[in-house]
Design a protein around this ligand. Structure first.
Ligand SMILES: [Cu+2]
Length: 183
């Protein structure tokens, strides 16, 4: 059902365009130098806030492992990491508007980490060590205002069809961040 949630969230929605534009350029240039220390730069901890991913440089060295921590005191967050196919030049915003069947060959799921409020996250699927250079995007699909306990149950598969409420996915509110992995 975790997958279903994500697929539903990727459905076209005109209102996304403006919201996504807000999130796409929220990079913090003060962080840009961080991954240059090759010796120690093997783990990068991404901080989830309401609603965004902090501490994400524009460029990340290949071989870096992404860790995840949630600094929000109310929202459950996830970090779904996807790689965008080589040669693809459309923006993340444009890709999010495509029908699901068209994105299957363009966007490759890499891994996901999840974290309840004020908790360090854990990877629950895939591999968050990014070895291949290219364009990547991280997103959070949790609905705004969802009960963190219910989200946790849904993640564990304990609830068949969890009602996480009517909120828009967090990525609509800015929890979408593109970055580049460099070799
Ligand atoms: Cu979130």
């Amino acid at each position: 059902m975790f997958h279903l949630t994500r697929k539903r969230a990727l459905a076209p929605a005109a209102a996304l365009v403006a919201a996504l534009a807000l999130g796409a350029c929220s990079s913090d240039s003060t962080d840009a130098g961080a991954p240059d220390d090759d010796a120690d730069a093997t783990t990068l901890t991404v901080e989830a806030v309401d609603y965004g991913f902090d501490k994400v440089p524009d460029e990340i060295a290949a071989g870096t492992t992404l860790a995840f921590t949630n600094t929000s005191d109310k929202e459950f967050h996830e970090m779904v990491v996807m790689r965008i196919a080589d040669g693809e030049e459309r923006s993340v915003q444009e890709l999010l508007e495509l029908p699901e069947e068209e994105t299957a060959d363009i966007v490759q799921f890499m891994g996901v980490a999840v974290a309840p409020p004020e908790t360090d996250g854990q990877a629950v699927q895939g591999d968050l060590t990014l070895t291949e250079a290219g364009r990547y995007v991280m997103l959070c699909f949790i609905p705004v205002g969802a009960d963190p306990d219910m989200v946790a149950e849904a993640m564990e598969g304990a609830t068949e069809a969890p009602d996480l409420g009517p909120g828009a996915p967090h990525f609509v509110e800015g929890m979408v961040r593109e970055f580049t992995v460099t070799s």
